[in-house]
Design a protein around this ligand. Structure first.
Ligand code: PRP
Ligand code: URA
Length: 206
């Protein structure tokens, strides 16, 4: 399975402060934005461009612009919302869909409570969720977007566990995963170690 880890020193720096338990929600949101921006750039490295003839102040030239092939970003509610704005800030024609999943605190199994998606066929679809732990939420979200017509889907995460990567590979083989970090393991309560705790709670101060 193609797992792409961010190797930029700035990504490591931002992630360290996200992991730090003393980081407050306002700073946490800013850091989540910054890291998601780096991930948005990295995960779209291969999208298409078209030729465009322009005139610089000095001479004409043939340059490149993004092809008119709208991207779709699909956050898994609620924590995935913290990764959407970088995509909408830098890609002019991006659409946003939503899949609402919540892990049961006892069983760690995801419960689907919301789904609102734009047309997905023929588009690059980016499912964004900061934490890939058991992989249950990601697998379910990938299944939902494929049921709605998506054929080109990437998963973009901030911290991933090996167990989650294996689960995605089992149910959606070949799916590209872009992550800022591949951590060691899950603990008995299915939290990522070393991880950063509950991302949604830290993002929203709950
Ligand atoms: C977190 C996280 C993922 C999920 C990952 O969400 O944002 O969606 O857990 O765990 P998994 O890989 O074991 O499924 P959570 O269910 O805590 O909901 P929230 O985003 O509303 O906080
Ligand atoms: N969800 C989180 O927010 N953190 C984890 O470590 C695992 C799932």
């Amino acid at each position: 399975m193609p797992v792409h880890s961010l190797t930029h020193p700035l990504a490591a720096h931002i992630l360290t402060h996200l992991r730090d338990q003393t980081t407050k929600p306002a700073t946490f949101r800013t850091l989540a934005y910054q890291l998601s921006l780096l991930l948005a750039i990295e995960s779209t490295r291969d999208i298409e461009t078209d030729k465009k003839r322009i005139q610089t102040p000095l001479e004409p030239m043939e340059a490149r612009v993004l092809a008119r092939q709208p991207l779709v970003v699909v956050p898994i509610l609620r924590a995935g919302l913290g990764m959407v704005q970088p995509f909408t800030d830098i890609f002019p024609d991006v659409s946003v869909g939503y899949v609402g999943l919540e892990r049961d605190h006892e069983t760690a199994r995801p419960r689907n409570y919301y789904c609102k998606l734009p047309p997905l066929a023929g588009r690059h679809v980016f499912v964004v969720d900061p934490m890939l732990a058991t992989g249950g939420s990601a697998v379910q979200a990938l299944t939902v977007v494929k049921q709605h017509g998506a054929t080109d889907v990437r998963l973009v995460c901030i911290v991933s566990a090996p167990e989650g990567v294996a689960e995605v590979e089992k149910y959606h083989p070949g799916t590209a995963i872009h992550t800022a970090a591949l951590d060691r393991e899950l603990n008995a309560r299915k939290y990522i170690l070393p991880g950063l705790g509950d991302f949604g709670d830290r993002l929203y101060g709950t």
